[in-house]
Design a protein around this ligand. Structure first.
Ligand SMILES: [Zn+2]
Length: 132
């Protein structure tokens, strides 16, 4: 049984949707500036089974366009959407502890508790930060 209530999950989903919409707007703006309106259209579409493949292709192109950080964040968000209703969602990937609802609302893609995340970032310092 998850420690997250139905209300928690609704709040997390709302936060995730808002963050995703904001990120997509940013990506779309960059694509349009570069004249890549075809890809920008894909991003504007609502997510669904048929859109997923197009989205994957688009994300591949965005990766090539040196927007790796944004693309990775977006992929993490897509993955969080899929996991949101799983009983395992909200449990730390490293220690299996409960990630507090407040942390998940602030950062729905979090897969670790604060302590494990800090340890992870310390261990992998320098690897997660690109040229941006
Ligand atoms: Zn942990």
């Amino acid at each position: 049984m998850s420690h997250l209530t139905k209300k928690d999950r609704l709040a997390i989903r709302a936060a995730l949707e808002a963050q995703r919409a904001q990120l997509l707007r940013g990506l779309k703006g960059v694509l349009e500036e570069n004249g890549q309106t075809r890809f920008a259209d894909v991003l504007g579409r609502s997510s669904g089974d048929s859109a997923d493949e197009a989205l994957a292709v688009t994300l591949g192109n965005l990766s090539a366009a040196r927007m790796d950080h944004e693309v990775r964040t977006l992929q993490a968000m897509e993955s969080a959407f899929k996991r949101l209703d799983d009983p395992e969602y909200g449990q730390c990937e490293d220690c299996g502890g409960n990630i507090p609802a407040a942390r998940l609302i602030a950062n729905p893609v979090a897969i670790r508790c604060v302590a494990c995340q800090e340890r992870f970032e310390h261990t992998h310092a320098g690897q997660t930060h690109g040229s941006m």
